[in-house]
Design a protein around this ligand. Structure first.
Ligand code: FAD
Ligand code: DLZ
Ligand code: SF4
Length: 519
């Protein structure tokens, strides 16, 4: 009698041959199971491009496994007997294959991990949930780092200290136990404004193949009401193309990644950013290989230290730290709202139809590409939500829907901790609040805006200008004890009454205006 197979359940963001659920897979015995399910595609109304990207990447990954001799049971979304959710799909797969056990890698999101615990109860066979060692810091490592000597949790955590420990542990950019170049962090060199005649390198484009075209037709038919443009589609969906994209980034964009990391330019959504987040998050690229390639470019003299350190910090610092905070703080983290923000998201978040050119540009690009770079997300879109006091739950849902790299583990701490200060400063030492002058300095958006960034008050003034002071005023009680806000809160204290009144009137008028109309 032949040996029973192990059923290896691989989720859509686990598309790596190195994933722990496949580490001991036996091609002669085992069955790898993957499932496209409506429940995931509609848990929020994901951007059409995100669904197409993920389904195409899943189908290509299944093909690759088959080419390597594995048996893959792939449940397509339009299969006649698709039950529509993971639980039903897995139950059917167990009935089909009668395995001796099921193995999976820990889901990246709280919601799905809770469900997986339920499946363990419901299935007639063992379900082994393994750690996701694609991340460099395990849950245990992060908890032990985040816990103080008395076993308590501090009121705040700072990424910078976690990052230094990660540098020591990985040895990335270390020389004789010291950081390369003598400093841990070269961020102060990474805030340059773009020169007008900047030459942005052209990116490789990946034409949709037969599988991607099939998936695009499916998405167009099944999710027409979802946000975002499906076409054009030119992103990598295979491991080989993801590697080519990484090669291109290291050679062409990384050398300038640092200098203009915070800059924004109309018509240039990517500039020198890597555009790799969706590939890393779904498993097509490994975070370690991205850092190692970048470090090699530095060692070979092909990219400067400020660029390479900045890139490595985003991955082994921010990315790992964000994930650590998510698991440390869930499930309560979903509901934090330290600033009691209650306003609803205005309709222009879905249409891009606003007089505020910075937001129109960033939201327009998001709609077209399912992508905006970090400063667009944080200092334009997130900043507006912070200043306007938008309910964190609504902001979280928007960010989860619109970006093709968005999964709750990474979106939520970025929204609640970084953009909205909704966790009261657990993750960030002060709110990333900025007036129009920051956006003006870092972009060319203001030149063609209907509002004037130079005007501080009145109908034509840039809304970011008065909303900034209104935000400080509304949250004065909470923010005045924050020592990093001391200077600015001092200015607020000294502000003349007529100026305060003008800010108050402008903010009230803005909140009642068409700009803030709901969907
Ligand atoms: P690059 O600028 O080239 O950076 C290199 C890599 O570093 C990224 O690919 C990413 O893997 C990592 N990285 C950089 N910053 C962060 C960060 N703050 N958190 C985690 N990883 C980081 N990133 C997501 O992957 N998914 C999200 O859902 C997401 N939501 C966000 C929401 C808000 C409000 C903000 C402010 C940021 C969010 N980010 C998210 C982080 C960051 O904006 C994106 O990772 C980045 O813009 C992706 O583009 P890139 O690959 O060109 O990044
Ligand atoms: C985001 C997403 C979507 C839209 N669809 C699927 C799917 O049909 N099948 C699948 O395995 N994964 C999908 N995903 C990614 C999952 O939501 C992701 O793996 C979990 O959220 C991780 O917790
Ligand atoms: Fe944005 Fe204000 Fe500049 Fe207009 S003027 S683009 S609203 S920052």
């Amino acid at each position: 009698m032949s040996e029973k197979p192990v059923l290896r359940f691989v989720l859509g963001d686990q598309l790596s041959r190195q994933v722990s659920s496949l580490s001991d897979a036996d091609p002669k015995r085992d069955v790898i199971f993957m499932a496209e399910v409506t429940g995931e595609a509609t848990s929020v109304r994901h951007h059409k491009k995100k669904i197409a990207f993920l389904f195409s990447a899943m189908r290509h990954f299944a093909e690759r496994l088959r080419d390597d001799g594995y048996t893959v049971d792939y449940l397509a979304l339009d299969a006649a007997d698709n039950p529509g959710d993971f639980a039903g799909a897995l139950k059917q797969a167990v009935e089909r294959h009668d395995p001796c056990g099921v193995v999976m890698t820990e889901p990246s999101e709280w919601r799905v991990l809770q469900a997986a615990h339920d499946w363990r109860e419901e299935l007639d066979v063992d379900l082994d949930i393994r750690a996701d060692d694609r991340f460099l810091a395990s849950h245990e490592h992060f908890v032990s780092w985040a816990t103080d000597k008395d076993g308590g949790q501090p009121k705040t955590l700072r990424m910078e200290y976690f990052y230094r420990e990660m540098r020591r542990r990985t040895g990335y950019l270390m020389e004789d136990g010291k950081p390369a170049g003598g400093e841990w962090n070269y961020d102060s060199e990474n805030r340059k404004s773009l020169p007008d005649d900047i030459d942005v390198p052209e990116r490789p484009r990946f034409e949709p193949d037969k599988i991607t075209k099939q998936v695009m037709d499916l998405v167009a038919e099944r999710f027409p009401e979802h946000f975002g443009d499906l076409e054009p589609f030119d992103y990598p969906v295979t491991r080989a193309d993801a590697e080519r994209y990484l090669d291109w980034f290291i050679a062409e964009a990384l050398p300038c990644f640092g200098d203009w990391q915070d800059a924004m330019k109309e018509g240039e959504p990517l500039l020198f950013h890597s555009h790799l987040s969706a590939l890393i998050n779904c498993g097509l690229l490994d975070p370690r290989e991205c850092c190692e390639r970048a470090e090699k470019a530095y060692r070979n003299g092909d990219a400067p230290l400020n660029a390479v350190e900045g890139f490595v910090r985003q991955i082994i610092g921010w990315r790992e730290f964000i994930r650590g905070v998510y698991w440390l703080k869930m499930p309560d983290y979903a509901d934090v709202n330290a600033l009691s923000a209650k306003r609803s998201l205005p309709a222009f978040f879905w249409t891009g139809d606003t007089g505020m050119n910075c937001l129109a540009q960033c939201i327009g690009e998001t709609r077209a590409n399912a992508y905006a770079h970090h400063i667009q997300r944080l200092m334009v879109i997130g900043n507006f939500c912070l200043l306007a006091g938008i309910d964190p739950r609504e902001v979280q849902e928007w960010f989860l829907i619109v970006y093709f790299d968005a999964y709750e583990w990474v979106e939520m701490p970025n929204v609640n901790g970084m953009a909205l200060f909704a966790d009261g400063g657990f993750l960030a030492s002060k709110p990333y609040a900025a007036s129009g002058s920051y956006i003006h300095k870092m972009s060319d958006y203001c030149g063609s805006c209907r509002y004037s960034v130079k005007e501080k008050n009145g109908e034509n003034a840039c809304p970011f200008n008065y909303l900034y002071w209104n935000f400080l005023k509304e949250n004065q009680k909470l923010l005045k004890s924050n020592h990093r806000m001391g200077l600015i809160m001092g200015q607020l204290d000294k502000m003349a009454d007529d100026k305060l009144k003008a800010v108050d009137e402008d903010a009230k008028r803005f909140f009642a205006s068409d700009e803030m109309k709901g969907y």
